[in-house]
Design a protein around this ligand. Structure first.
Ligand SMILES: NC(=O)c1ccc[n+]([C@@H]2O[C@H](COP(=O)([O-])OP(=O)(O)OC[C@H]3O[C@@H](n4cnc5c(N)ncnc54)[C@H](O)[C@@H]3O)[C@@H](O)[C@H]2O)c1
Length: 393
């Protein structure tokens, strides 16, 4: 490395890129020197706002011409694996957003390309970098609840701030509901989000998932939406997958994820993502992205530790106002900042990122099992999802 800073080129300058940028800007040894987006007006706007002079509307050209050590990929999902492979072949380290790929094989091939090139590959799985989640893992490692036995995720409605710092427009959302570009077939929302839930489920449990069983909602009045998905992914909640269950390779352990959006208009007092981790000797309740409504002793908390025979402890991680959700904690950007710092540090220290390509492909495998389970109304073992299995087409 010629300079003492890692020089980064970012590609895909939409919703999530601003959170990544905060990570690079706050790391003393990283600098975003080039940005790229196929929308040339957007790249100019973004570059001007962030004070970056080198701009590209072609990714290939940025890889060839920009003097960069690493790329940050925040494009739509169908581009993740091919862009990772191209970057690796050009000798660049890669930080790539989740879902890492649309099939397991595509993800593993990109991962192999990075290994062959000897570059670092970090998949941007925020849920294993959110501060409160990392604290839960630390408490588990310290033996505070004994062996984790059951993971219960719930997903309440994410409530946007009145004026989100990162604008989300309908034009940005087309790929999100496209069966092929999103990778999710009839279940684009699940494909985009379940990778988070499975990654967190394995992170908290410390074990691998072996089988997935989904419950699909098939509200008859929502039937006409199928095949004509609107831009707002929440509009399809009634025909999505509201419940996913799983068992681990250690068959004594299991987990569940429940979606309690304003599904069918039902009241939900807890917002955002939250998890209860049941251990042999205690339990942890922890808020994740956009989480709100975890009370202990009449106060809002971010993590509550219940231990058999010992006093209950409550934790807060006030990281400033959330920049996207009404949750009173900066979960959204802080998770990205933690993850980007980890990526930069893994380059500087020549260590393996703690969430890499095979991890990203594995979360995709779990997610494809969830979709297949909903479609076939049966439990699906992970090994049934072979490298070529896709949810679309
Ligand atoms: N970890 C998280 O919390 C989180 C949050 C949001 C999004 N994401 C992931 O990040 C990725 C991007 O999501 P987003 O919401 O920012 O999307 P977005 O639609 O807001 O932005 C994507 C950008 O990529 C650009 N683009 C498309 N094709 C391109 C190409 N060939 N070359 C260069 N630029 C191209 C688009 O013009 C757009 O500006 C998705 O895979 C999504 O799942 C993750």
């Amino acid at each position: 490395m010629q300079s003492d800073k890692i020089k980064v080129g970012m590609v895909g300058l939409g919703l999530v890129s601003t959170a990544h940028m905060k990570g690079y800007k706050s790391h003393p040894r990283a600098e975003v020197v080039a940005v790229c987006d196929s929308d040339s007006a957007r790249v100019q706007r973004f570059a001007a706002a962030q004070g970056i002079t080198e701009t590209y509307s072609s990714y290939e050209q940025m890889l060839r011409e920009a003097g960069i050590d690493a790329v940050d990929i925040a494009t739509p999902t169908h581009l993740h694996a091919p862009m990772t492979r191209m970057a690796a072949e050009a000798g660049k380290h890669v930080h790539c957003e989740k879902p890492f790929s649309r099939t397991v094989g595509e993800g593993l091939q990109a991962s192999d390309a990075a290994a062959r090139a000897g570059v670092k590959l970090a998949v941007g799985e925020t849920y294993v970098f959110i501060t409160s989640h990392a604290k839960a893992r630390e408490l588990i490692d310290q033996g505070e609840i004994g062996r984790p036995m059951q993971i219960r995720h719930r997903h309440g409605q994410w409530v946007s701030r009145d004026q989100p710092a990162i604008p989300v427009g309908p034009l940005d959302r087309g790929w999100r509901v496209d069966p092929e570009q999103s990778g999710g077939g009839l279940y684009p929302w699940i494909f985009d989000h379940a990778v988070h839930f499975f990654a967190a489920a394995e992170y908290f449990a410390g074990g691998k998932i072996a089988e997935v069983y989904s419950v699909a909602s098939r509200a008859p009045e929502a039937a006409e939406i199928v095949g004509g998905a609107p831009h707002d992914p929440y509009a399809t909640a009634e025909q999505d997958i509201p419940i996913v269950t799983w068992t681990y390779e250690d068959s004594a352990m299991q987990g569940v994820w429940m979606r309690a959006e304003p599904l069918n208009g039902k009241f939900d007092y807890m917002r955002g993502f939250s998890t209860t981790i049941i251990g042999e000797n205690g339990a942890i309740e922890v808020l994740g992205e956009g989480g709100h409504g975890l009370l202990w002793d009449g106060e809002q908390q971010h993590l509550v530790l219940h231990r058999a025979g010992k006093e209950t402890l409550a934790f807060r991680f006030d990281e400033g106002q959330d920049d996207i959700w009404q949750s009173g904690i900066s979960y959204y950007s802080q998770g990205h900042i933690n993850q980007v710092h980890h990526f930069v540090d893994s380059i500087l220290n020549d260590t393996q990122p703690r969430y890499g390509g095979p991890d990203g492909a594995h979360a995709v495998q779990c997610t494809l099992a969830a979709i297949r389970s909903a479609q076939e109304s049966r439990p699906v073992r992970l090994h049934e999802i072979d490298q070529g299995y896709a949810a679309y087409g």
